[in-house]
Write a protein that binds this ligand. Structure first.
Ligand code: LLP
Length: 482
């Protein structure tokens, strides 16, 4: 149902002159829900539910308690959800790769979200960690994971980062360009160590995702071409401080089809077979990028299907090439931590805005919250779709098409572009946005001098601070003029 208004462009209270089944401002994928309080299947963390009073409770902790104790905005991580997905990913790849006569290594991509607590969760689930900066390396080491279970990435690693990684004894450094061969070799020589390295290949596989999230089409900064790889591997093999352990490919992020991974597996394995002629190639790393559901319109593949699809493609390609399937590594981030996260906000202002459409004037309700693009840049950056629900209560009011906006000084500051919320959503309501565990906090900023929110882990009715939120004093402390 949507509001038709006659001549107002901005109305303080919507005027109902009629109703049609859907608001014409709604995108095609968004259906008006029968119940605008319902938590969509597959989107919320596994321990999110509404209690008898209607309040959202995550892992036994009510939203109101989280808001009272930690303030809003706050990122809430459902610990058992994250741990369970880490274990399930490991189990799926172990089973699929054992089924084709090899084994699997699963790294958690720390760029999605990293804190020492999460390092412990994934390490206990049997995963390694992939880090992409000196900071991520420091957090992984501080979390106590064995350095041999850390993989190091980056298209422009600083020399200091390379030295730190080698000195720490990381399990593998992924070389991204010919220039890095010398840099890693120099660091290994200085440390008197032999460093295991992979080589990242730009496989040319186009993943069907947002352009910025697709990383393996030719015109981008990551990796080396299939044609250049043999020469670079030869250089690596010629250096005593380096041990070549295999190729690496990451085709992109938030991918829903197994086809891209299968194609990358086939292409990489053909190159892998060529390299086997001149020496050992024990492993093949196929990266991460497994998609998750942000709204009920998303239909991600179960990890078992991805693992089975990759395994089948690898087994077939290896048979054709007449080689053994190497140890297979993968490094998902989002699919492990994304769904575990929920952001809680407080609604500050609500504003119905009338918009001309071909079907008449429709109203979109702007619901402004106390965070925004500083805690979730994904909507502005990638036009990512999210969903939202009132967390503090249920409402019997009819659904209204809403847009959840932030408090920043620009109109692109949107947290949830399109969602139906109860018409009476208003100031003081707690609003929950699910599936914010990956690339939310990790890409947070201090835009408008807004302090970054805390991260709280919830489990069995207990809430624990795992990353402290910033304060205004933290911000002032960095201003050298004070
Ligand atoms: N491995 C490599 C080499 C990567 O570059 C990435 C992500 C991953 C693994 C993990 O991908 P995941 O499984 O989390 O999709 N900021 C973007 C995502 C950028 C991903 C960059 N690399 C977003 O918010 O969607």
């Amino acid at each position: 149902m949507f509001c038709l208004v006659s001549e107002h462009r901005l109305v303080s209270e919507p005027v109902y002159a009629g109703s049609v089944p859907e608001n014409p401002l709604a995108p095609d994928w968004l259906r008006e829900p029968g119940d605008a309080n319902a938590l969509a299947d597959g989107v919320w963390s596994q321990n999110a539910l509404r209690d008898a009073s209607g309040e959202l409770v995550i892992a036994g902790v009510p939203a109101s308690r989280l808001a009272a104790e930690f303030g809003t905005p706050v990122y809430v991580l459902d610990e058992d959800d994250a741990r369970g997905r880490a274990r399930a990913t490991k189990a799926a790849f172990d089973a699929a790769m054992q089924g084709i006569g090899t084994s699997a290594k699963v790294y958690y991509a720390g760029k999605a979200f990293l804190s020492t607590e999460v390092v412990r969760w994934v390490a206990e689930a049997g995963l390694g960690i992939d880090v992409a900066s000196e900071g991520e390396l420091a957090v992984a080491l501080a979390g106590g994971i064995e350095p041999s279970r850390i993989g190091v990435h980056g298209n422009n690693k600083s020399e200091r980062q390379i030295v730190r990684a080698v000195e720490a004894g990381v399990g593998a450094i992924v070389i991204d360009s010919a220039i890095e061969v010398e840099r890693v070799a120099a660091a290994a020589a200085k440390a008197g160590k032999r460093q295991r390295v992979r080589l990242r290949i730009n496989s040319g596989v186009h993943a069907s995702t947002h352009e910025y999230l697709a990383t393996a089409h030719e015109d981008q900064k990551f990796g080396v071409t299939v044609a250049d790889a043999p020469r670079i591997v030869q250089a690596i093999r010629g250096l005593p401080g380096l041990e070549f352990i295999g190729l690496h490919s990451h085709i992109g992020s938030q991918i829903f089809e197994v086809h891209g991974f299968e194609e990358a597996a086939r292409r990489l394995l053909a190159l892998h077979a060529e390299l086997l002629r001149d020496g050992p190639v024990p492993e093949l790393n196929l990266g991460g990028g497994f998609g998750i559901a942000y709204t009920s319109a998303d239909d991600p593949m179960p990890v078992e299907r991805i693992a089975a699809g990759m395994a089948a493609a690898l087994a077939a390609a290896a048979a054709e090439l007449g080689i053994e399937v190497p140890v297979i590594a993968v490094e998902p981030g989002r699919s492990i931590i994304g769904r575990a996260g929920t952001t809680l906000y407080t609604v500050g202002t609500v504003k119905p805005v009338a918009v001309d459409t071909a079907q008449g004037v429709a109203v979109r309700k702007y619901v402004s919250v106390d965070g925004g693009m500083s805690d979730n840049i994904r909507t502005s950056l990638y036009h990512a779709a999210y969903s939202a629900r009132i967390a503090s209560r249920v409402s019997e009011d009819r659904p209204a098409l809403a847009r959840v906006a932030g408090m920043h000084c620009e109109s692109g500051d949107i947290v949830v572009r399109d969602e139906y919320l109860p018409m009476d959503v208003g100031p003081g309501d707690l609003l929950a946005v699910p599936a914010t565990g990956a690339y939310g906090w990790a890409m947070a900023s201090n835009y408008n001098w807004v302090p970054r929110p805390p991260v709280v882990a919830v489990r069995d009715g207990q809430a624990r601070l795992i990353v402290r939120g910033e304060t205004i004093d933290d911000l002032l402390a960095r201003d050298a003029g004070i």
